[in-house]
Design a protein around this ligand. Sequence first.
Ligand SMILES: Nc1ncnc2c1ncn2[C@@H]1O[C@H](COP(=O)(O)OP(=O)(O)O)[C@@H](O)[C@H]1O
Ligand SMILES: O=P(O)(O)OC[C@H]1O[C@](O)(COP(=O)(O)O)[C@@H](O)[C@@H]1O
Ligand SMILES: [Mg+2]
Length: 461
Amino acid sequence: MDLDSSTTATEFPLPPFTLAPLPHLSDYLPSLPSLPNPIDCIPFYHQSAGFYIASSDVILRHIVFDLSSSAPPSPLIAYHRAGPRRTVRFDPSAVRAAIVTCGGLCPGINTVIRELVVGLWEIYGVRQVFGVPSGYPGFYSADPVPLDPKMVDSWHKMGGTALTTSRGGFDLGKIVDAIERHGFNQVYCIGGDGTMRGAAKLYEEIRRRRLYVSLMGIPKTVDNDIGIIDRSFGFQTAVEMAQHAINAAHVEAESAVNGIGLVKLMGRSAGHIALHATLSSRDVDCCLIPENDFYLEGKGGLLEFLDQRLKKNGHAVLVVAEGAGQDMIPRTEAQKEMDESGNPVFLDVGAWLKTELKGWWEREHPDELFTVKYIDPTYMIRAVPANATDNLYCTLLAHSAIHGVMAGYTGFVSGPINGIYGYIPLEEVAVAKNLVDVKDHKWAWVRSVTNQPDFLQTNHP
Ligand SMILES: Nc1ncnc2c1ncn2[C@@H]1O[C@H](COP(=O)(O)OP(=O)(O)O)[C@@H](O)[C@H]1O
Ligand SMILES: O=P(O)(O)OC[C@H]1O[C@](O)(COP(=O)(O)O)[C@@H](O)[C@@H]1O
Ligand SMILES: [Mg+2]
């Protein structure tokens, strides 16, 4: 079927798709209040046609089709659209909302908290909003902190999380007991893949206990390792911050004889920050990520590549994601540790690479000048406030979360899918990993920009 030549519009039927479930409190609590949405009374909003989202409004997860393919496409998935519903299932005066932040930092967490508080207060007239300090353990080990718009007014300008966060300490029974004890009937969990896994268990336990509590997840991770949604909030700010480290590495390398600027960026199992920072910078000669094994010695290896690059340019810039090359670094049994959440704690691949490079130069070019400047901005790229783009994203994310919870939905994650905000079942997001696909165009673009080796083991003896 040659569609290039068609000069007129051609109609095609939409392929069949499956609508993902969206849990609702009425699934197990048949007699819920049903009230008009308080937005009806806010003069700033004009409830034109389509303002309120209906349960029939859906969005497709995949929007790329091969019309020439005769084989039926693999079943397409659709999700319910995010946004305000005509009726709400909570009396705003009876809402007691809890916000908790878990795991590592990411630019914009405080903006999400701020917009949850302001949105609940101003749009829905909720007057009882609490912050749960120090992550999941805070439910049972700390007192909730009452929040209001005045208190959170400038939080969007602050990095980190004003509620404080933690890893580990997830105790299902204690947390749900605390939710009941405090009378929380809405719970907003801000966190990464680990937090989403925890939230999915909390939702199941709340449902098992048939509690009138809506719990949802707002995905956060600077690594951008959460699947299904377009990207994590704060990720673009982190990539922007990484530029400063790469620029410094480039200046140091250019100013030295046979200088190498080496930058380690975050990315435990996914190298998105390193990839995007490399593409944004144009000064990087080689980008190493966990998804693409590399080797040092021999034909097609990193050392051969650097030797050529130093001969040609006199300097080179290397960007390495912290999770890359971990299986190459010698480690003692004692060093096989995990963090409090069970995430692997890595050895410093940057320090190891610096040592390897210096040893190599000593062996190959003992009489020539050489220097490696190693920059590890690690926490500097995630402990900053969100940039303008991410601040706007955090606001839309928080509002879509509130609209869904007030409408009585539960056990979901809110996030943009192909740019349109949707509600995704928690357990789907909790298992959906987002790794760099080294066979897609972006990685090919990195290799064309850097002209780095493909490190295919076939070249490697
Ligand atoms: N599989 C899991 N089940 C329940 N709780 C989990 C699970 N994985 C992580 N958690 C909890 O979620 C919180 C954050 O997890 P962590 O992996 O540290 O960060 P992130 O959520 O940012 O990836 C921690 O309190 C951790 O105990
Ligand atoms: O904050 P910690 O415990 O030092 O963990 C650092 C790790 O956190 C991360 O920023 C990701 O953490 P999250 O999964 O909690 O977002 C990794 O990039 C990094 O390896
Ligand atoms: Mg994580």
